[in-house]
Design a protein around this ligand. Structure first.
Ligand SMILES: Cc1cc2nc3c(=O)[nH]c(=O)nc-3n(C[C@H](O)[C@H](O)[C@H](O)COP(=O)(O)OP(=O)(O)OC[C@H]3O[C@@H](n4cnc5c(N)ncnc54)[C@H](O)[C@@H]3O)c2cc1C
Length: 607
């Protein structure tokens, strides 16, 4: 028994373990660096040190150079024209270590490449990078799919751990966490390495073997980033969040020791990565998610209803939310409606477990009501209500052949033919955000006495900006098993009582600060940010203390600890301090980030 264990056992016997633990922790934190090192500092590692790291990671250390650099000085070349065509492809962006899916956010952040990146192929590469960053006091960044809205997977003057090359996916018929067989029944599952994207997981689990795994809606999002935020997909009203089904994770925290985390081993760390936010507790190298039986059918309902006056639009909203509450507020229905300019209601909903006729029957009373007032409402597009084999939902070839308008393909030479992205996500590729806000709307607003307030607030908000209501991102009305699983995650419990996540956001795709011809229009951006704020203020009036989803939220959220995690924050903070007492892992508005400057380089009490 070593001295520390002996001391701890003696202290436990005397009942002083918590006090001792606290003081050990404080001592460790006090020795923690106050400032991180930049390339201009004398303490920045020497060439020889970097060469040693390169050797340790099998030559996978990259000196990062952004392809955008060449276009800063000479933007009018054919090469730059070609680059900006490539930048419309999210796979091209994801495959480039210097780039992120969003280009930046007004007055918040601009995508900046790291100085060096470790293109990790295995857990040992991650361990070497974590140890190197900690020992050399570097700003460490982790990037998987690169889809962070808040810019948390990029930072200038940093060392990046890029997990893109870790993409193995292995299915299990009956998985039990190591050493957990007494406490856990075997489950069908899939083990996924940290750099995989959902498109590959859906191909392996659904298209190839006909099972369901809860992942993200956007298929190019990274698996590890999504799970750590919680993670919603189109069918979350039936299957809850991705984090709800995490069975095991392999994690490298700040001490560089590889840890398994599941219900029986490191259960605190396990709970924290289920919604506690990416990039804060360590680097997840692989994770195992339970899979589910696949329903026979998935489907979609697309409507675009235009009201001819403000009064008619108010009636339309009132009628729709009553109809939603009576007929759609259940595990069969997910996705969204958007209140668009010109008094238009766009319905883009999905169903699971219903055939075309069943879905039509559900919608008929609402459509009859709309058709009963032709002077008030018109269809801006022909309505579509349909269903298809669930197994084909993420099948790229099926979609190309049967529903070609729904997808774009990665057409680059050698790209897997399974790689597609939703046409609806195109306008977020390379986007520069002007504003982005979200709140969870409580299901009490669907009750009879709440509906009027809900529709009044939505109408008022829609005078300023489009309001996007994602029903699948609130778990009220979800299947009981889904709700029970989601309860045991670190997300703000407000998600359980919310019927939808309301998102109000705007920006411009393919916009890159500093690149002539692609610069954001800052005065337009400011005006739009103001209108987004005003629109969200209308919703805050009916949900003043509403939480917000950490992965899809406002960079400037003032009470982020409460908004993202509610009563779970103190527990998350204590887990953070246990596994990362010196704050090696920093992300904007991540757990424990209040101890650091906005750029993550300086401890707040050291300034
Ligand atoms: C176009 C688009 C569509 C989206 N659609 C959805 C959706 O349908 N449902 C939903 O829930 N969310 C959605 N999101 C939000 C998305 O879930 C989050 O942005 C998520 O964090 C992205 O993960 P990533 O790996 O792609 O991104 P990254 O930017 O690489 O990572 C996000 C965060 O996680 C950290 N991280 C990444 N990998 C690891 C790791 N291995 N270990 C530790 N930390 C890590 C990063 O440091 C960063 O802080 C969408 C985002 C975009 C841009």
């Amino acid at each position: 028994m070593n001295r520390r264990t002996l001391l701890a056992r003696a202290a436990a016997a005397l009942g002083v373990l918590p006090v001792l633990r606290r003081s050990l922790r404080v001592a460790f934190a006090e020795n923690a660096p106050a400032r991180r090192v930049r390339p201009s500092d004398p303490a920045w590692p020497s060439h020889a040190s970097w060469a040693k790291l390169n050797e340790a990671v099998g030559g996978r250390l990259i000196k990062v150079n952004s392809p955008l650099n060449a276009c800063r000085e000479t933007p009018d070349t054919a090469g730059c024209g070609d680059l900006f065509t490539k930048l419309q492809n999210p796979y091209y962006i994801g495959d480039n270590v210097a780039l992120t899916q969003s280009a930046g956010w007004l007055d918040a952040w601009e995508s900046q490449p790291s100085v060096y990146a470790v293109a990790a192929e295995k857990t040992d590469d991650v361990v070497a990078a974590v140890n190197f960053a900690r020992d050399n006091n570097l700003r460490l960044v982790v990037e998987g799919g690169g889809h962070s809205y808040l810019g948390t997977s990029n930072a200038a003057d940093s060392l990046l751990v890029w997990t893109r090359p870790m993409y193995s996916i292995v299915l299990h018929d009956s998985f039990v966490g190591a050493g957990c067989s007494a406490a856990q029944a075997p489950q069908p599952a899939v083990t996924i390495e940290a750099g995989a994207m959902w498109v590959d997981v859906y191909d392996a689990v659904t298209t190839k073997v006909g099972r369901y795994v809860q992942g993200g809606g956007c298929v190019t999002v990274g698996v590890a980033g999504l799970v750590q935020g919680g993670g919603f997909g189109s069918f979350s009203k039936n299957y809850a969040t991705a984090a709800s089904w995490l069975l095991e994770a392999e994690i490298v925290p700040a001490d560089g020791a590889v840890r398994l985390a599941h219900a029986c081993t490191n259960p605190d760390l396990f709970w924290a990565v289920k919604g506690g936010g990416g990039g804060s507790f360590g680097i997840v190298t692989k994770l195992t998610l339970r899979t589910h039986e696949l329903p026979a059918l998935f489907g979609g309902t697309l409507l675009m209803i235009k009201a001819t006056s403000d009064t008619a639009f108010r009636h339309l909203l009132g009628r729709f939310f009553k109809f939603y509450s009576d007929s759609l507020f259940n595990p069969h229905w997910g996705e969204s409606v958007t209140l668009r300019p010109g008094n238009t209601l766009e319905v883009r909903m999905v169903s699971q477990g219903l055939d075309k006729q069943q879905a039509e029957t559900v919608w008929q009373p609402f459509l009859d009501w709309v058709h009963g007032s032709p002077q008030d409402f018109t269809h801006a597009q022909a309505p579509v209500i349909g269903s298809m084999a669930a197994r084909n939902w993420w099948d790229a070839n099926y979609r190309r052949n049967n529903l070609p308008n729904t997808v774009h393909s990665d057409g680059r030479a050698g790209a897997p033919e399974t790689h597609f992205w939703w046409a609806g996500n195109q306008n977020e590729v390379g986007i520069f955000w002007h504003g982005y806000q979200s709140i969870w709307l409580p299901a009490t607003l669907l009750q009879t006495d709440g509906q009027q307030r809900l529709t009044d607030a939505l109408f008022a908000a829609s005078r300023d900006w489009s309001v996007y209501m994602q029903f699948n991102k609130g778990l009220a009305g979800a299947a009981p098993e889904a709700v029970a699983a989601a309860k045991d995650t670190a997300m703000n419990p407000a998600v359980l009582d919310a019927f939808a996540l309301a998102i109000i956001a705007g920006g411009r795709p393919a916009t890159y600060p500093g690149i002539p011809g692609h610069e954001p229009d800052l005065s337009l951006a400011r005006r739009e940010a103001g209108r987004i704020e005003q629109a969200m203020d209308e919703l805050r009036k009916i949900a003043p203390d509403a939480g917000s989803y950490v992965s899809e939220t406002n960079f400037f959220e003032p009470s982020w600890q409460q908004a993202f995690w509610g009563p779970n924050y103190p527990r998350l903070l204590s887990i953070k301090k246990k596994y990362d007492p010196a704050g090696l892992f920093f992300v904007h508005h991540g757990v424990g980030s209040e101890e650091w400057s906005a750029d993550g380089f300086t401890r707040v009490d050291a300034r």
